[in-house]
Design a protein around this ligand. Structure first.
Ligand SMILES: [Zn+2]
Length: 234
């Protein structure tokens, strides 16, 4: 039963310390960071889109006003030299303004394209990271499933063994196991307790030798249950 309990402890430890746990944690951290960068790039892209629409409307407005002025000039309805001069002056000033606003549009478009490229790059990186997380998760799940299958088999085996052990001895064993780092019973091997690795005193060995086979004997030193075998050196 002690061997089975050690096996269960090892399986629990193996389950907890699968390398996939750390791998998934680290990949998830990277994924979260990249997602944040992606959201920032998407926000930048939509901000640029809004700015571009606004700047294009500004250009349109100036263009329409210039066209109106040009029409008035071409129609010949403005006669006074002073008004004509003002109109020509305004048309020239609107042309300059339109040029400036078109530069603004171009600058926004460049920023927008850069943001779009960044969104595309980050989307790809997030997807590839997600694929690696999915792969590691599948590997972890398979490993956990295999361990759980073995845990179930060992647990069943333990139940069978436990059924053959008297209740009070089982209680003592479980109590000692909880108290002494999972080892409640140890083999007596060549006069040495395998629980604490101490060689037993002659008087103690004599007592054990004299004890009936079904007497529960315990290590004088660590108090664990001692299991006698042909190799105990008695
Ligand atoms: Zn001992």
């Amino acid at each position: 039963m002690q061997d089975l309990d050690v096996r269960l402890q090892q399986l629990a430890h193996k389950r907890k310390s699968l390398p996939e746990h750390a791998e998934i944690e680290s990949l998830t951290k990277d994924h979260t960071q990249l997602r944040d960068l992606l959201v920032a790039a998407q926000t930048e892209e939509s901000d640029c889109a809004r700015e571009q629409t606004k700047a294009e409307q500004d250009v349109d407005q100036v263009r329409r006003r210039a066209a109106r002025d040009q029409e008035r000039l071409d129609s010949g309805s403005v006669r006074s030299p002073k008004d004509l001069e003002n109109l020509q002056h305004e048309i020239a000033s609107l042309a300059r303004r339109q040029g400036d606003l078109e530069d603004v549009v171009l600058e926004i478009m460049e920023r927008r394209e850069a943001a779009q490229a960044r969104v595309a790059e980050l989307t790809e990186r997030v997807a590839s990271l997600q694929a690696r997380i999915d792969d590691a998760t599948a590997r972890r799940d398979a490993a956990v499933e295999e361990i759980d299958r073995e845990v179930a088999a060992v647990t069943k085996e333990r139940e069978v063994v436990a059924a053959s052990v008297p209740a009070d001895l089982l209680g003592l064993y479980d109590k000692l196991r909880a108290q002494y780092g999972g080892i409640g019973a140890a083999k007596l091997y060549q006069r040495t307790c395998q629980g604490c690795r101490q060689e037993l005193a002659i008087t103690e060995l004599n007592e054990i030798r004299a004890a009936a086979p079904d007497t529960v004997v315990r290590c004088e030193n660590c108090r664990r249950i001692l299991v006698r075998t042909p190799e105990s050196g008695l």
